[in-house]
Design a protein around this ligand. Structure first.
Ligand SMILES: [Fe+2]
Length: 205
């Protein structure tokens, strides 16, 4: 055994063994998904439980929309490639920020946030796109539709949170989710206006 192996082997000193990382550790879950512990926020239990459930639904949809933007960023094509490639990535980053706000709000309320792709796929209500590539107008339409799926649920969820006194959840849902999604919908939908960039539309003359 050379000097280096001695350091790594059983003849090491106790001091160097303590410095080694302890890997391959496993654990039982310390909190199951769907459970909640009471956090002293001055909110009713039922209000917290409803907020956690609604936030997880919005979270799953937001993770899906975030990933849909990255798919579109990679797979867009044609004359508008450059501007859409950049726009889609900007929207991806903004959705990623919302994902963090939503997930951490759930944890603040004592719940467990949905996180991994397999679980997100089960929870989301956004229609799954094909694995392959779609034409640009189909990409844009799919994104607008995904935003609307979020709007239909999140507006009611925000109202429910406000009525229960959960202002923090209401604020995340309104200030972050609704406001950002409205702006993004505008930017995407404007690309679906069928006007020529080089000829005036004289259809009504
Ligand atoms: Fe990229």
């Amino acid at each position: 055994m050379n000097e280096e192996n001695k350091v790594l082997g059983t003849s090491t000193t106790e001091r160097s063994i303590m410095a080694a990382p302890v890997i391959d550790q496993t654990s039982e879950e310390i909190q199951s998904f769907g459970t909640r512990f009471r956090v002293p926020l001055g909110l009713d239990d039922t209000v917290c439980e409803t907020s956690i459930s609604n936030l997880n639904r919005v979270l799953a949809d937001t993770i899906t929309l975030r990933d849909l933007y990255k798919k579109c960023h990679w797979q867009t094509s044609g004359a508008t490639f450059y501007q859409l490639h950049l726009l889609f990535d900007k929207h991806f980053s903004e959705q990623a920020e919302i994902v963090d706000f939503l997930a951490e709000r759930i944890q603040v309320l004592g719940g467990i946030s949905v996180a991994m792709a397999k679980d997100v796929a089960e929870w989301t209500h956004i229609e799954a796109p094909p694995m392959g590539r779609e034409e640009v107008p189909a990409q844009l339409s799919r994104l607008v539709s995904a935003h609307e799926t979020i709007f239909k649920f999140v507006r009611q969820a925000a109202k429910t949170a406000a009525e229960g006194g959960d202002d923090g959840t209401n604020d995340v849902l309104v200030s972050n989710v609704i406001r950002t999604n409205e702006l993004q919908t505008w930017f995407v939908a404007e690309h679906l206006v069928a006007l020529s960039p080089t000829e005036v539309n004289n259809r009504h003359q």
